[in-house]
Write a protein that binds this ligand. Sequence first.
Ligand code: ADP
Ligand code: X2W
Length: 299
Amino acid sequence: MHMEKLIEKASVLMESLPYIKNFYGKTIVIKYGGHAMVDDELKKNFALDVILMKYIGINPVIVHGGGPQIGETLKRMGKVSEFVNGMRVTDKDTMSIVEMVLVGKVNKEIVGLIHQNGGKAVGLSGRDGQLIRAKKHYVSKPGPADQRPEIIDIGMVGTVEAVNVEVLNHVGNGGFIPVIAPVGEGADGKAYNINADFVAGAIAAKLQAAKMVLLTDIQGVQGADGNLITSLTLPRIDEMIAEGVIHGGMIPKVEACRIALDGGVNKVHIIDGRVLHSVLLEIFTDHGIGTQIVREARS
Ligand SMILES: Nc1ncnc2c1ncn2[C@@H]1O[C@H](COP(=O)(O)OP(=O)(O)O)[C@@H](O)[C@H]1O
Ligand SMILES: CC(=O)N[C@@H](CCC(=O)OP(=O)(O)O)C(=O)O
């Protein structure tokens, strides 16, 4: 290889130094969405990115989704899912399938990928080590101005009531990357299906993560014209939801960003998981990708 090419490589490596210094010893929560787990090359590169983070002294914590994978299994069993505000209506039978797919399949696949690529990981569901205490979630739909909002019961869907990070600290300090499935346990001892974005937001807040990155299947948050918005404030997000510009699966994502920011997380990003090495690009280069969400506009 030519000397100039080698020197160019060195300068690319050096670009990451300030970021490595900044994040050394800190926690970064990464939510790996089901839609970003599309092909083997992407999945392998995701695993390599988090392994690299771990070996340079950052503490990555992975929360995964698996919505499309749950959908496929349900379809094979002749069941169709309905979504309300981006959340799957989950009856008892559906809950068993959700837990089977998320914990038994997707979680183990990610743990396996990390092992095959030279890292060490431990898979956990929110039911392990009392990691996630869930409470039943009801959806409230605003009705006409003079009426109360309509309350909709969507079954065994939960929100995060409490997070106990003891088990995460043991796993992380022992040199393992924790990989978390978004299933929580209620006070009734039952499993609850929680949108993975909410789990990531709550865990990032509880761990006081330096950064939270949500990987999805789109370039970031788009405006009404379809163009990427690189930076957004929480008040602007409220407007965009009211205008219907942010809808469906993007709602839990921006709400998870709010949970993380309100909980003291410094930086939150929604990025395109279909881009190879998107995690590395976001964390270690001067060119952040996707949408960064901040509490309010800086004056
Ligand atoms: N304003 C918006 N900008 C970008 N995507 C949006 C917006 N509003 C809704 N969406 C939808 O949200 C989807 C991402 O959510 P989802 O499919 O649930 O992702 P994941 O599986 O990664 O959690 C996008 O593919 C897009 O269809
Ligand atoms: C309540 C609810 O909707 N839970 C989600 C959990 C998985 C998830 O969030 O997966 P993605 O991040 O890949 O969408 C579901 O059943 O699909």
